[in-house]
Design a protein around this ligand. Sequence first.
Ligand SMILES: Nc1nc2c(ncn2[C@@H]2O[C@H](COP(=O)(O)OP(=O)(O)OP(=O)(O)O)[C@@H](O)[C@H]2O)c(=O)[nH]1
Length: 356
Amino acid sequence: MNHHSLTSPSADSFTRSLLMAIIVLALLSTLSGWGIMGARGLLSPVLRGMFATCTLVLVGLFVVAWRRMLPARALGLGCLLFAVAVCALCMVLRLYSPRYGAALDLEPLYLWIPVLYVFAFTLTDHKTSLAISLAVMALFASISVPYLIRDIDGPYANFTLQLHVVSLVLIAALYFFSSYQRRLQLAELTVGELAALSNTDELTKLCNRRRMATLIDVELGHLRERGTLFALVLFDIDHFKGINDKFGHGAGDAALVALAARAAQVFRGMDTLARWGGDEFVALLRNADLAEALHIAGALCRHVATEPMVGGHGITISCGATIALDTDSVDSVLQRADAALYAAKRAGRNRAEGVR
Ligand SMILES: Nc1nc2c(ncn2[C@@H]2O[C@H](COP(=O)(O)OP(=O)(O)OP(=O)(O)O)[C@@H](O)[C@H]2O)c(=O)[nH]1
C-alpha cells in the first residue's frame, strides 16, 4: 500500500469527493426507487432510467473506492445491508399488505436484486460473497414462496421463478470469475515470492551467488554489444576462521550481516552487492574503470576497519578488483578478481589490490 498517497492532501480531497458522490448517488437511487413504486404513468420511465443510471454509476464508484481505501468497505457493506432491508420491506409489503400491495410495483426490486450480487462480489472475497448472495437469494425465495402458492398460474409466479433462475446463473458466473481472479493473484504472488527467495541470500538479504552470476553475464553482454565498462570487487573478512573460533559461529554470522550493511554504505546506487558464499562478497560496479574500483575498494577497507563489529572488536577485510574484458566469461572475470584478492592477502591484508 502506498502510505504517501493516503496521507497527501490531493488524496484526501479525492476521498472526500468520492464519498460525497457515493452518498448523493445512493440517495438519488433510493429516492427514485421509492418514486417508481408510488408513481404511475409518464413519470415512471424517467424514474426508472434515473434509478438504473444512478445505481450502475454507484457500483462503479464503489469499485474505485474499494481499490483506494478501507472506509469504502464499511460504507459498501452498510449500503448492501440497507438495500437488502429496503428490498425485503417492499417485498413483504407487496405480498402481505393488501392496501400497499395493490399500489406497489415490484420492478424496482428486480432491478436491485442483480445489483446486490454485484455489490457483494466487489466488496469481499469470493467465498463470503457467495454466502451473502445465497443468503439474499434465499431471503427473496422464502418471501416469494407464499405468493407463488397463492398465485401459481399467474404471470408474477412465472416471472419470480425466472428471476430466481437468472439470479442463480449470475451468482455462479460472479463466483467463478472472482475465484479465478483470486487464483491468478495467488499464482502471481507465489511466482514473485519464489523469484525473490531464489535470488536472495538468507543471512544478509543481499543478492546471492546465482543472481550475481546472472547479472555479471548480462553486463558482459552489454560490454560486448555497447562497450559499457564494468568492474568487480571481490572481498572477504581477514582471519574470519579465528573470529568464529574466538567468538562463536553466531557472532561470525552477525559480523557478516554487519559487513553487508557497512559495505552497502560505500558502494554507489548503480552498483550491486552480493554475498558470493562463506565470508566472500562481490560488488558489481557499473560504468567503472579499475582506478575507480580500487578507489571505492580502498574506501571500503577503511570504512570497515574504523568501527568495532564483533563483541567490541574491529575486523578488517581484503579486496581484489578487476575490470571485465569483452573476451571474458563469468568465470574468467571472477578468477581475475580472486587473483587480486589473493594478492591483497599476501601483501598483508586490510588493503585493496587490482589485476587487469
Ligand atoms: N559464521 C559463519 N562462518 C562461516 C560461514 N560460511 C563460512 N564460514 C567460515 O568462514 C571461514 C572462512 O575462512 P577462510 O576464508 O578460508 O579463511 P580466513 O580465516 O578468513 O582467512 P583469510 O581469508 O586468509 O584471511 C571458515 O572457518 C568457515 O567455516 C557462515 O555462513 N557463517
